[in-house]
Design a protein around this ligand. Structure first.
Ligand code: ADP
Length: 554
């Protein structure tokens, strides 16, 4: 800007100077022309007076250098010319100044002489005898005068130029100084040019807006960082070259990154080939996913391209813990396989017996036992299907099953009543002790808890063994326990017996009509009631299963 102002000032100064010089030249030229014209008029008058007095003698010995004198008779013939032979000269009657002098007594004209390549000023006076005396002078003399002034003018120009440069430097610095000193952090506190005030106000309002937007952006960034930072899922954002833009703490933990990794290539952080493969694809615009093992757990890694108007801008890697999902999937697969297996065995038996009966290959005496076998297997299948239905209901959280107040002691009594025949057949005694205890729950599920525990206590009991159901009501909880004097459960099986289809002794379970689902149903039903389950057992001595129901407040 200083340079521009400097250049402008210099340009203005030079232009003004040149214009002044031209103007002066024009004015001087006009002035000198006027002076020359008046002098010519005077000289013509004086010469005319001389010629009137002396006639042709006036010209004798006359020395004129600047002027040219011509005497012309009334017919236009040249009588005398100071520079040419009068006899050789053409008639001058048609010359403008001569014509005018003939008419009015005095005439003037300016003409360019092609022969002398000069511009001349002519003045003519008519003499009393009708002749005309004409004087002319070259106008080049004025130009010569003016050219004589060029040299001093050049000196003046040089001095003016130097002064202009010095002044321009000073002035431009002075003009720019307040602009250079503007404090853009506090635009309205500046004292400078009034003309700048609208700009400063604008800058101030834009600064405020920018600050506001920056604060908003920072807040959003903070929010985003907090969200990403507190996510249980790992998240890595990468630019289009695969370099890390951000990595949340979960991703750091999973990838074992303890150092600052922003700006590094993903390759230098993780060499997992699966991650590399889906990352490369995502940077080419193709989403991908892989399940990989990290920290002993299963993680699903999703790689998605970040696509903007200009194409792929980067990629986002998300790490989801799918261990539970995988386990559930595994369990479902195992459950389906187990169900198929459990159903296949009784179905084979039923179809085998039925085939023998159909082909009349059974002795009449054996028909009844065979039919009994078919009935038994069908019962086992019915039991299995019922258990599966109960379990799938429990898997859905026992939705739609109404809750109500249930008295556990009476419930245990009804269980004992229905299991008495089974207990009798197994030579096991059943007893109920304790006090009435009311809990809020789903009657069918509470019944199946007591029934299954009691059923197991009979099934896995010894000859002449006993089963005791005890119900106690406390302030904070109602406690139901089923103790038996049976075979007991080895410690290594205790955690697993609640799994679906897990049996300690498969053949014994089958022999006593077990489906392997009883304790699973108990476990789920207990969960639905927010109750807790405890198992104490000693091999050869017996087992006690205790269920604690929390009392509803109020
Ligand atoms: P099942 O239909 O085979 O009885 P459960 O899920 O009810 O299936 O029980 C799983 C396994 O736990 C049984 O097969 C049995 O081996 C063991 N078990 C359950 N209750 C008892 C108990 N009271 N005493 C000894 N073993 C038991």
């Amino acid at each position: 800007m200083t340079k521009r102002i400097f250049r402008s000032i210099c340009l203005v100064a030079i232009t003004v100077f040149i214009a002044s010089v031209i103007l002066i030249f024009v004015v001087l030229h006009n002035y000198f022309s006027d002076v020359q014209r008046r002098q010519l008029w005077m000289q013509t008058n004086l010469a005319a007076q001389g010629v009137v007095n002396a006639g042709m003698d006036y010209f004798r010995g006359l020395e004129v250098s600047d002027y040219r004198i011509t005497w012309i008779d009334a017919q236009g013939n040249v009588l005398y010319d100071s520079e040419s032979d009068s006899l050789e000269m053409e008639n001058h009657l048609e010359r403008e100044e001569v014509k005018e002098a003939m008419k009015s007594g005095y005439g003037e004209s300016r003409r360019y002489s092609p022969t002398l390549t000069e511009r001349f000023l002519y003045a003519a006076r008519r003499l009393p005898d009708g002749t005309v005396l004409r004087l002319s002078i070259s106008q080049n003399s004025i130009l010569a005068l003016l050219f004589g002034m060029v040299q001093p003018l050049c000196v003046v120009f040089a001095v003016a130029l130097v002064l202009s440069v010095i002044l321009a430097v000073q002035v431009s610095k002075k003009i720019v100084q307040p602009l250079n000193e503007i404090d853009l952090d506090h635009p309205l506190l500046n004292e400078g040019y009034d003309e700048l005030l609208p700009f400063l106000r604008r800058i101030d309002s834009q600064r405020r807006q920018l600050n506001l937007q920056r604060d908003k952006l920072l807040q959003k960034e903070e929010e985003l960082n907090t969200i990403i930072g507190s996510m249980n899922e790992g998240m890595v954002l990468l630019n289009r070259k695969g370099k890390i833009i951000s990595m949340n703490p979960t991703a750091r933990r999973l990838l074992g990154v303890s150092w600052e990794c922003v700006g590094l290539h993903m390759l230098s952080v993780s060499s997992n080939p699966d991650i590399q493969e889906i990352l490369e694809k995502s940077l080419q615009g193709e989403a991908g996913e892989r399940v990989i093992d990290l920290e002993g757990e299963k993680y699903q890694v999703d790689a998605n391209p970040v696509i903007a108007e200009r194409g792929v801008m980067g990629a986002a890697l998300c790490f989801f813990n799918v261990t539970e999902k995988e386990k559930a999937e595994q369990m479902r697969r195992e459950f389906t396989a187990n169900v198929s297996h459990e159903l296949k065995t009784p179905l084979h038996s039923i179809s085998g017996y039925a085939e023998l009966l159909k082909n009349d290959m059974v002795a009449v005496a054996d028909v009844a036992p065979f039919a009994g076998k078919i009935y038994e297997e069908a019962q086992r299948m019915t039991q299995l299907v019922e258990d599966i239905i109960s379990l799938s209901r429990l898997d859905e959280g026992a939705e739609g099953m109404p809750r109500e107040k249930v008295e556990l002691y009476s419930l245990a009594e009804s269980v004992i009543r229905s299991l008495e025949p089974t207990a009798g057949a197994a030579h096991v005694s059943l007893a109920l002790t304790g006090t009435p205890a009311e809990v809020e729950g789903i009657p069918q599920l509470l019944y199946s808890i007591v029934y299954n525990l009691c059923d197991n206590a009979i099934k896995y009991n010894c000859e002449n063994g006993s089963v005791v159901i005890d119900v106690q009501s406390g302030e904070k909880e109602a406690v139901l326990s089923v103790s038996d004097t049976g075979i007991g459960i080895d410690a290594k099986h205790r955690d697993r017996i609640f799994e679906r289809f897990y049996r300690v002794d498969r053949s014994r379970s089958k022999a006593v009509g077990g489906t392997g689902l009883g304790l699973s149903i108990v476990k789920h039903a207990v969960l639905v009631h927010n109750a807790s389950l405890a198992l104490a057992s000693e091999v050869g001595k017996g087992t006690t299963v205790t269920v604690r129901f929390p009392m509803q407040e109020g």
